[in-house]
Design a protein around this ligand. Sequence first.
Ligand SMILES: Nc1ncnc2c1ncn2[C@@H]1O[C@H](COP(=O)(O)OP(=O)(O)O)[C@@H](O)[C@H]1O
Ligand SMILES: [Mg+2]
Length: 241
Amino acid sequence: MSLLTLSGVAGGYGDVDIVTGINMHVDAREIVTIAGTNGAGKSTLIKAVMGYLPRLSGRIEFDGHDLRSLSTEKRAGIGISYVPQVRNIFSTLTVLENLQVVEKVADSRKRIAEMFDMFPALASRRRTQAGNLSGGERQQLAFARALMSSPRLILLDEPSAALSPALTELVFAEVRKLPATGAAVLMVEQRARQALAFSDRGYILDSGKIVLTDTGSALLANEKMAELYLGSKPVEPVQAS
Ligand SMILES: Nc1ncnc2c1ncn2[C@@H]1O[C@H](COP(=O)(O)OP(=O)(O)O)[C@@H](O)[C@H]1O
Ligand SMILES: [Mg+2]
C-alpha cells in the first residue's frame, strides 16, 4: 500500500475546479516530482494534500487515514510536513529560535542537534537572525523546520525557486538525503529536468490534469513530452578543439 494516495481528486478556490481527476500516489521513501507549465495547478495539488483548498472532492489517504477528515494541524501531527512556495521562516527570530518554536517535537534539543549535523551552514549561524541569512541558508532553514517533526512525507513547493544554479545543486543535494531520514518527498519543481534526474517517479500536470506519469528517467527520455513540458534541453557545452 502506498503512503499517500489521491483518488479522483478535484478542487479549487472558487466555483471553478483548478485540478480535476487526479489519481496519484507516493510510496514510503520515494522522491516524486510534479512538473508542468506555470498555472497548471501544481501548488494547488500540494495544498490539497495539506488541507489548504477551500473546495475539494475525491479521496486523499495517508497511511490509512482519510486526510479530508483531518485538520491541517492533525495532518502535520500524523507525519506530513509542508514547505510552501513562499517560505515560512520567522525573519525576526534567530536560526536556533526558528527551530525551537516548532511544536510537537518529542525531544526538541536532540532534534535540533540532528538538524545542525545535517545542515552545518545553519549550525554556524545559529545566533543569526533568519532575516539576515542568504537565499540558500533560508532554504535550508525552511527544510530544517519542516524536518523537525521527523515527517514521513515532506511536501516541497519549488525548493529551488529564486536560487542560483550553485545553490540549487546544494538544495537538491539536501532533498536527495531525505529518504535516508525516513521521509518520502512530493515536490514541485520548475527545474524539472534536474529534479526528475534524481526522482523515482514524476507526474506531468497540464491545465489541472495529469497528462503523463512514469519513472523520472523515462519521462526525461520521452523527448517530445520533455520538450513540451520540461523546457528546452540544456545546451551541451561545445568542446574547443
Ligand atoms: N489562492 C488562490 N485563489 C484563487 N485562485 C488561485 C489561488 N492560487 C492559485 N490560483 C489559480 O489556480 C491556478 C493554478 O495555480 P497554481 O496551483 O499556483 O499553479 P502552479 O503552481 O502550477 O504554477 C492558476 O490559474 C491560479 O491563478
Ligand atoms: Mg506553484
